[in-house]
Design a protein around this ligand. Structure first.
Ligand code: CTP
Length: 415
């Protein structure tokens, strides 16, 4: 008899989650059938799992199956129908080391984002003291509805980890984003959560992220397409690994919420440099992921420049400070400096030159020739070059995982 490979994988990882208490929340979506596989993987890996299911979840998967696999009665109502016993969401919230809601429907996501505690699952969520991750699953129109987008953003700001849905054929037979991530991937995220090393505890990290805007007049600026996603992912990775992080962010449209992250918002390159300089000397690690504008207009016009009477126009630009190079010049012994190089030609050569000229320990090379490794995407494909001549190549992956690879490289030399 042959088993699916993920079952074998979990068996290889037997005991990896032993002693861990996990609340597995299941809501009413077709993907609920996949929760059975997730539950089995968690239990096989040694976790104690308490299933909490919404009333509509029970329409999709029976509590009998879930109770048999988890070895515990499934909780759904506030009171047990047979005994009248009260199920304490507070106790469950305290008991859990982790809460995973998979699948999370649009309705449950909305309730969580707005504190509508009309079932046992959302009530438990509101009482959860530890980390919460959700794996959304819904039809593509629901997924892209402003209400869902807003609610997911709120949850993210509240510190909930979102396991992004995949694209593919949905229950409606439409094809698009909304499929719940595969149970094996969710299981990996659970394992990664518990394995997260606190190897940056006591370390101070400064990170630059996003673009800079160099003003021309009150309504115009010179900027670039950077969204800051990579730098924010690095900040989160460092914070989760125990570091105290100062994140100096140019104008970006993303949020971050972690008690270890202090965010300083800046507009232009000179403001970014000034902010970095206030903390650089005290930092053990500096990561320069910002796409700093190399030039700025020589003069700024206080009033809006009018086009009438101007057929062609010259804008004189002057060089901006190089933040990475400035900190490289005053680098302390033991301090680790990491830069990025986004290149189109002579990639390796240019990256190595930047590492030397800016006195960096690592340079993370992105090639604009690689698909999915660009501004604004959720993925990146990097090569990490180090000052010792080492080179590590990585596959295209989610920026969160790229952040982990970068910080693993930094930690390897800290050790
Ligand atoms: N950098 C910086 N300040 C600048 C320019 C760049 O801190 N004014 C940092 C970036 O954050 C990155 C590294 O230096 O970590 C390399 O940036 P990049 O734009 O690739 O290189 P430049 O030195 O600007 O050279 P060029 O644009 O000519 O490739």
């Amino acid at each position: 008899m042959s088993f699916p490979c993920y079952i074998l994988k979990a068996e290889n990882k037997m005991g990896i989650l032993s002693g861990k208490h996990i609340v597995l929340g299941i809501t009413g979506g077709i993907a609920a059938y996949k929760s059975v596989t997730l539950l089995r993987l968690l239990v096989k890996a040694g976790a104690e799992v308490q299933v909490v299911i919404t009333p509509s979840g029970k329409e999709f998967i029976t509590p009998v199956t879930l109770a048999a696999l988890s070895g515990k009665p499934v909780v759904s109502e506030f009171f047990s129908a047979n005994t009248g016993e009260w199920h304490s969401h507070v106790d469950l919230g305290l008991w859990a080391d982790l809460m995973v809601i998979a699948p999370a429907t649009a309705s449950t996501i909305g309730k969580m984002a707005n504190g509508i505690a009309d079932n046992m699952l959302v009530t438990t969520y509101l009482s959860a003291k530890e980390h919460v991750m959700i794996a959304p699953a819904m039809d593509l129109d629901m997924m892209s509805h402003p209400s869902t987008v807003r609610n997911l953003k709120t949850l993210k700001e509240d510190g909930v980890e979102i396991i992004e849905s995949a694209s593919g054929e949905l229950a409606s037979h439409l094809v698009g984003k909304g499929r719940m991530e595969e149970p094996e991937r969710i299981f990996d995220r659970v394992v990664a959560f518990f394995n997260k090393k606190k190897d940056l505890t006591g370390k101070k990290v400064v990170i630059t992220a996003g673009p800079t805007y160099e003003k021309i007049d009150p309504v115009r600026f010179i900027g670039n397409y950077s969204t800051g996603k990579m730098g924010f992912a690095i900040a989160e990775e460092c914070a989760e690994r125990g570091a105290d992080v100062v994140l100096v962010a140019g104008p970006v449209n993303i949020t971050v919420s972690h008690p270890n992250i202090q965010r300083i918002d800046v507009g232009n390159a000179r403001e970014m440099l000034a902010a970095v300089e206030t903390v650089a000397a005290k930092s053990d690690i500096a990561v320069f992921s910002a796409a700093v504008a190399d030039y700025r207009p020589q003069s700024y016009s206080d009033s809006k420049i009018k086009r009438e009477g101007i057929d062609d126009m010259e804008l004189r630009l002057i060089k901006n400070p190089d933040i990475a190079a400035a900190i490289g010049k005053i680098k302390k012994a033991g301090q680790i400096l990491v830069g990025f190089a986004l290149e189109t030609d002579n990639e390796r050569e240019n990256a190595l030159r930047k590492m030397r000229n800016k006195n960096l320990d690592f340079v993370v090379l992105n090639s604009l020739n690689d698909k999915g490794a660009c501004f604004g995407t959720d993925t990146n494909k990097i090569t990490i070059l180090d000052a010792g001549g080492g080179e590590r190549n990585f596959e295209l992956k989610d920026k969160r995982l790229v952040a982990k690879d970068i910080i693993d490289a930094v930690v390897s030399v800290l050790e």
